[in-house]
Design a protein around this ligand. Structure first.
Ligand SMILES: *[C@@H]1O[C@H](CO)[C@@H](O)[C@H](O)[C@H]1NC(C)=O
Ligand SMILES: *[C@@H]1O[C@H](CO)[C@@H](O)[C@H](O)[C@H]1NC(C)=O
Length: 135
């Protein structure tokens, strides 16, 4: 279970405030708000890649709580703190646009039930200095 979350790609749609035309800002693009029936709100589509590195010399995801091995078969109770790179492309070598800082935990005794709470702290482009909190 040490590699329980492999590197994976995240596509997230967030509602921010209001644009009428589609504008592309690197990893984020504004979208036609009429598609979602929005009035005052803006619609922005972020496409970023979230890297959960649990081993090697510089892990960005560390296990801070490990449950006793005999309590459950599905790793219930594991908690990892993360400071994970967010990149523009799927490769680690692609441009870093921010960091995902927070934690995830296995919260179900019956199956694999994931709880995640994190801030996406952007360091690039239009959203440099901004953050989005994801629960
Ligand atoms: C788990 O192991 C500990 C230490 O060996 C023991 O005290 C405890 O009763 C065990 N718990 C279960 C649910 O088996
Ligand atoms: C992001 O903002 C910080 C603080 O204002 C600034 O130092 C940095 O150069 C900016 N990065 C980019 C890529 O614009």
């Amino acid at each position: 279970m040490a590699r329980f979350l492999p590197i994976f790609a995240t596509q997230i749609i967030f509602l921010l405030s209001s644009f009428t035309k589609i504008q592309v800002h690197g990893y984020a693009k504004t979208m036609n708000k009429n598609l979602m029936g929005l009035k005052k709100e803006k619609l922005t589509h972020f496409q970023i890649h979230w890297h959960d590195i649990q081993s090697g010399q510089n892990p960005t995801s560390i296990s801070v709580v490990r449950p006793p091995t005999n309590t459950s078969t599905n790793s219930f109770g594991i908690i990892n703190m993360i400071d994970n790179p967010l990149t523009a492309g799927p490769e680690m070598s692609s441009k870093m646009v921010g960091r995902a800082q927070g934690f995830y935990a296995l919260a179900s005794q019956e199956e694999v039930g994931l709880l995640m709470a994190m801030n996406f702290a952007f360091i690039e482009g239009k959203y440099n200095g901004s953050s989005i909190t994801v629960l």
